[in-house]
Ligand binder design. Structure first.
Ligand SMILES: Nc1nc2c(ncn2[C@@H]2O[C@H](COP(=O)(O)OP(=O)(O)OP(=O)(O)O)[C@@H](O)[C@H]2O)c(=O)[nH]1
Ligand SMILES: [Mg+2]
Length: 217
């Protein structure tokens, strides 16, 4: 029953993502690859001691269009529709934490360059996501897993009269199981919408993220 539900969920959210990405495309101006826009390799800054203590480099990574820029802007409390993403972005609650948008899970990621990871998807966990999660875990680093664009999915479920909270709990459980199967011992999964900070798991995500880094060096 659960597997069947997840099958329809994948089908639904896949189609909704494709449609919403297609519709949103003309509004976006194509730019260079985000990786190429990084001002410098974060590894260089990793051991620097700035005004606020040791710099912590966080990679926010996931497939193209999954909402990396939007999530970072939401973490900064900024309007994702209007504002340019600073690169790197300084996490307001803790200025020694730098958020780096890193494009694509299919390319190898320089894991050593980052202290912490936010793995993002707007669909299912594929082989690339599972492998990346596994690599991070093997390296002894930690990550928070975010399933973004859950608002799109919530709209679909409302039409079908599903009990939203129960379904979200099921979906969270599904992602946790997938990550456990990939070898992650204690996956932390958040279902949210980068365009609706305050709704779904956004606040608990922000709390968990902030809690990772003590304010003192
Ligand atoms: N409905 C909905 N749309 C979202 C959400 N997050 C991002 N989007 C939209 O999805 C599109 C892509 O978002 P971006 O934040 O640019 O995604 P990205 O991962 O940074 O994209 P690239 O840098 O091109 O790989 C934009 O049109 C966003 O407005 C969300 O949670 N819900
Ligand atoms: Mg982006």
């Amino acid at each position: 029953m659960e597997e069947m539900m997840m099958f329809f969920y994948d089908l639904l959210s896949g189609a909704a993502d494709t449609i919403s990405r297609y519709l949103s495309r003309p509004e976006r101006t194509p730019g260079p690859c985000p990786r190429a826009r990084l001002p410098s390799h974060p590894g260089v800054a990793a051991e620097q001691r700035g005004r606020h203590g040791r710099t912590v480099n966080v990679a926010v990574t996931g497939p193209a269009g999954c909402g990396k820029s939007s999530l970072i802007l939401a973490m900064l409390g900024r309007d994702s529709g209007r504002e340019e993403l600073p690169r790197p972005a300084v996490f307001p609650a803790n200025p020694r934490v730098l958020l780096w948008e890193v494009a694509g899970v299919e390319k190898p990621l320089d894991l050593a360059a980052y202290d912490f990871f936010v793995l993002l998807t707007s669909g299912r966990i594929g082989e690339d996501e599972a492998r990346l999660a596994q690599d991070i875990e093997r390296r002894g680093r930690q990550f928070l897993f975010v399933r973004n664009k859950i608002d799109v999915y919530a709209l679909d479920t409302r039409q079908r009269n599903f009990e939203q909270d129960d379904l979200l709990r099921e979906i969270r459980r599904h992602f946790v199981k997938k990550l456990q199967a990939a070898g992650v011992k204690a996956p932390r999964v958040f279902l949210l919408s980068a365009l609706q900070p305050g709704a779904f798991d956004f606040n608990s995500f922000l709390q968990a993220f902030g809690g990772e880094f003590s304010t003192s060096p």
